[in-house]
Design a protein around this ligand. Structure first.
Ligand code: GLU
Length: 481
């Protein structure tokens, strides 16, 4: 039996956790959990100038928030410099790599004379022609040099688990540098050296790495190891078909956390960016996602990030979550809004969560119900006031008068519903024309829980006071056009 798969997520801590990175991490996690394998977390911090501990922290926090757990690590690539260097020197000793003494300026000049300043050019191997002993002597004398990999003219192909057969020819690639003059490894060597040492069996990463893969395969062969299975997952695009970027809105996982997206919803949404469980299932609890995940289910074509769908999905998760689980995040959000809420928030949350798409939205709705003195009027509320004209105010007054007659003990959703029906009947109103103004008065919007429940949640005194205030304000009909 083959050993269980070992996969890795290898972010560079040079920025926040991008949704694309999170999706790569998620696919690795799903694959590991599906196959009974292991996930290694490797922080690729070799870019000393741009890597920071703060970024590492943000990445780890983002993964934890999403519920992505790893079995080994975080390991830090920066600690494996000696092994990278030893691998490069082994290739050198075996004649599979050579020292290059060309300076940056010389390379620039070669590039310019190749007629492609600034663009890509193929190194002409001039340093390969320096006899090995001479090169060793120069290096020993302290002349700075890099180590370049000697690419043979061979087919460098693999069966990509997503894209099928992909093939490159060695002669079309450059003798790439593997070790800098300061003895630090270039990305391709560091990754291959680490993936070998960490016994990685499957490399699941973004499509943008396809051009690195032939070089990495050449390195595996030169180092005497079997390459892993590669699965290159499709890019994520914005709705306009361009690569997802800040122009399209938030791209950091942390931003979605801030916006009140639930981690379960975010994870479900990310899983469907480029993967499909088959059929048209959209809401996938963790266990189903793990059970159904396969590399074959990953699509070749780019995925489109649809923020509206994310909100919809979040709404689905919100509505099924017990209110109790939302109390803490809603309270935190209320505190940020400068509203202290000491009482039991669960009934209020229960009243609004089915119609809310994010925690921020829930908190906003709860805030209005805690203090309905100044709900912001939304466009639908405003349109209703305009449409009803003077009836808006008159109907509110009628409702307030009737509500005034309700004993505090009778302020229950059932009794309030009876009462509102009676008010409508008495004045020959459609039920909606009696109810909607109350809804707008208390929430600023035409969308809320049933009006009788809303009144119950807001409470007797506050409801009546607010309804009278609003009736008074709009007395004379409609907001100014
Ligand atoms: N550190 C690389 C990146 O963030 C990892 C690439 C790989 O998975 O090989 O793009």
């Amino acid at each position: 039996m083959p050993p269980p798969p070992r996969v890795r997520f290898a972010p560079s801590p040079t920025g926040y956790l991008h949704v694309g990175g999170a999706r790569t991490a998620l696919f690795n996690w799903l694959y590991a959990r599906h196959s009974g394998g292991q996930l290694v977390l490797r922080i690729e911090d070799t870019d000393r100038e741009r890597s920071t501990e703060a970024h590492t922290r943000v990445i780890l926090d983002g993964l934890s928030w999403l519920g992505i757990t790893w079995d080994e690590g975080p390991l830090f690539q920066g600690e494996y410099g000696p092994r990278h260097q030893a691998d490069a020197e082994r290739l050198l000793a075996e004649g599979k790599a050579y020292r290059c003494f060309c300076t940056r300026e010389e390379l620039e000049a070669q590039r310019a004379s190749a007629g492609n300043a600034g663009g890509s050019f193929r190194y002409d191997r001039r340093c390969y022609r320096i006899p090995a002993e001479e090169a060793a002597a120069r290096a020993a004398a302290g002349v700075p040099s890099t180590i370049r990999f000697l690419l043979r003219d061979e087919e460098l192909a693999w069966d990509d688990a997503v894209h099928g057969r992909i093939s490159f020819q060695g002669r079309d690639l450059d003798d790439f540098v593997i070790l800098r003059s300061d003895d630090t490894a270039i990305y391709n060597l560091a990754v291959v050296s680490d993936d070998i040492a960490m016994r990685i069996t499957h490399v699941i990463r973004g499509d943008d790495h396809i051009s690195n893969t032939p070089k990495q395969i050449a390195l595996y062969r030169a180092l005497g190891h079997q390459p892993p299975v590669f699965a290159h997952v499709p890019m994520i695009l914005g709705p306009d078909g361009k690569k997802l970027s800040k122009r399209h809105g938030a791209t950091a996982v942390g931003d979605y956390q801030e916006q009140g997206i639930l981690p379960t919803a975010m994870r479900n949404f990310l899983a469907l960016l480029g993967w499909s469980p088959g059929g048209d299932r959209e809401i996938l609890p963790e266990a189903d996602m793990i059970e159904l995940f396969t590399l074959e289910g990953i699509q070749k074509k780019a995925a489109v990030f649809d923020a509206t769908k994310l909100e919809w999905m979040n709404g689905q998760y919100l509505s099924t979550l017990p209110a109790q689980e939302l109390v803490a995040p809603v309270r935190r959000q209320l505190e940020r809004m400068g509203i202290s809420a000491d009482g039991d928030l669960a009934p209020l949350i229960d009243a609004v969560k089915a119609r809310s798409r994010t925690i921020l939205h829930v908190a906003g709705q709860v805030a209005v119900r805690l203090d309905p003195s100044r709900p912001p009027l939304d466009p639908k509320g405003e349109a209703l006031i305009r449409k009803m004209g003077p009836a808006f105010s008159t109907n509110l007054q009628r409702a307030a008068d009737a509500l005034d007659g309700v004993e505090p003990a009778g302020w229950t959703p059932e009794r309030l519903l009876d009462l509102l029906k009676r008010v409508a009947e008495q004045h020959g109103l459609k039920l909606g024309d009696a109810m909607q103004p109350i809804r707008v008065a208390l929430t600023g919007s035409t969308v809320s829980e049933p009006v009788n429940e809303l009144l119950a949640v807001v409470g007797r005194e506050r409801s009546i006071r607010r309804i009278r205030e609003v009736a008074h304000r709009w007395n004379g009909g409609g907001p100014p056009a």
